[in-house]
Design a protein around this ligand. Structure first.
Ligand code: ATP
Ligand code: MG
Length: 417
């Protein structure tokens, strides 16, 4: 029989690696809490239409990366490739806009894209993201960009670059599209296959292409910032001065368009410059999507959001000191005391201590071996006499120092914060 393995590009996290994941997640949860974001949890599976309509047909995600299947021949479903569309669907479905003029949501969970697996690029990967509905910006745009920088700093990730751009609103896209097409058409035959195919339908995609021949041509493309409508220009200027006031570093990058169709006005990306991932890896992408809610059938509502790729943060953040996962490990002198040991472990756990025991009935030596491996700083030794007197020997494994304590004093003696 062939060996069973996880699906290509989908990874396990084993307990010894979980601490770093917890740090990513708890730091994020702690920080969003300070800004008043509430958590939304949506299904991993959505009607395929949701992503086609919001992300856009001529995009990498919808053209090639979605895990789409027929639900017993009834309906086309897709594993979510990102979080924004699902959150917007939920926001509309539950008429949240009628109850709250502005809502601030966050999510954290796995996303699915059928990409070619590589370092920092997986088929199941984790995103943490925020969405704000009902505030047209630009101050909230600056606040969100600043949030991402603060989150990364809290994880010790300093070596980053923040890129910002504006895609404008109203007529900007059409005007720019025309100017871009005019520039690109003479180069059509030099473009990659994907870009040639998308050229007429969605020329902006060419700017986002990773193919070197496309990037060379994109280099000299007309500048979208020269085509902004007046209001978007003001929006962008205010955004930049708000970022300056916050002391958030950024660089204006007029070629930044990003791979989803739904963006309007503010667009940003945060790239990491060091670590295992190499230079210029995208850690976070975000932007404003003022038309999407209405296009999905909801009330016209401005919105902005971002998504951070947690798997990539793991590759650039500093090592986390492994912390002991246990406070004490019970060692019993005789097999018959195992029931008693179990009860003591339970008492200690009720008092808040993290305690394990070796209940297989092995020798003291083998129990101590497990205690040593367990990361618990203390062994809790239970013999006949201790059992009769309601005590245990508390032995600090690093120093060998040992003292006898009544059970009700043990938890306080071994819990470390
Ligand atoms: P890339 O250009 O690297 O393909 P993207 O533009 O497709 O990224 P977004 O859709 O904006 O990425 O998603 C936001 C973040 O999610 C990215 O900046 C990245 O950190 C992370 N991400 C996206 N795709 C993957 C993946 N396949 N594996 C791991 N992380 C990913
Ligand atoms: Mg991608």
């Amino acid at each position: 029989m062939s060996k069973l393995r996880s699906v290509k590009g989908m990874n396990d996290v084993l307990p010894e690696d979980a601490a770093r994941w917890h740090r990513l997640e708890s730091t994020f949860r702690e920080l969003v809490g300070r800004y008043g974001f509430g958590e939304v949890r949506t299904p991993l599976v959505e009607p395929t239409d949701l992503f086609v309509r919001s992300i856009g047909e001529a995009t990498d995600i919808v053209e090639k990366e979605m895990y789409t299947f027929e639900d017993k021949g009834e309906k086309s479903l897709t594993l979510r490739p990102e979080g924004t569309a699902s959150a917007a669907r939920a926001w509309i479905q539950h008429s949240v806009g009628g109850k709250h003029p502005v809502s601030k949501w966050f999510y954290l969970g796995p996303m699915y894209r059928r990409e070619r697996p590589a370092k920092g690029r997986y088929r199941q990967f984790w995103q943490a993201g925020c969405e704000i509905y009902g505030d047209p910006g630009p101050y909230v745009d600056a606040e969100l960009i600043d949030f991402v920088v603060r989150y990364l700093r809290a994880l010790g990730i300093q070596d980053i670059e923040v890129l910002v751009n504006s895609l404008g609103a109203g007529g900007t896209r059409d005007r720019y599209r025309d100017a871009l097409l005019e520039y690109l058409r003479p180069h059509a035959s030099e473009l990659s296959e994907d870009s040639q195919r998308r050229l007429e339908r969605n020329p902006l995609r060419v700017l986002d292409s990773k193919a070197p021949q496309d990037q060379a041509i994109a280099e000299n493309a007309p500048d979208i910032l020269d085509h902004l409508d007046e209001e978007s220009r003001e929006h962008f200027e205010t955004l930049k001065s708000a970022l300056d006031d916050l002391g958030t570093p950024y660089r204006v990058e007029p070629r930044l368009v990003r791979g989803l169709d739904y963006y309007t006005r503010t667009l940003f990306e945060v790239r990491g410059r060091g670590g295992d991932l190499g230079a210029n890896a995208a850690l976070c992408g975000g932007g404003r999507y003022d038309n999407m809610i209405a296009e999905l059938g909801g009330p016209a509502t401005p919105a902005i959001g971002f998504a951070i790729g947690l798997d990539r943060l793991l590759l650039v953040m500093a090592e986390t000191e492994p912390k002991p996962t246990l406070d004490g490990f019970l060692v019993v002198q005789a097999k018959e005391l195992r029931g008693k040991a179990l009860a003591i472990a339970q008492t200690l756990r009720d008092a808040g201590a993290r305690v394990d025991a070796d209940l297989r009935g092995g020798s003291m030596k083998s129990q101590f071996r497990r205690a040593d491996k367990s990361s618990a700083p203390f062994a809790l030794i239970l013999g006949e006499r201790e059992a009769a007197e309601g005590t245990v020997q508390v032995k600090e494994l690093a120093t060998g120092e040992q003292r006898e304590l009544p059970i009700d004093q043990v938890a306080a003696a071994i819990i470390r914060d």
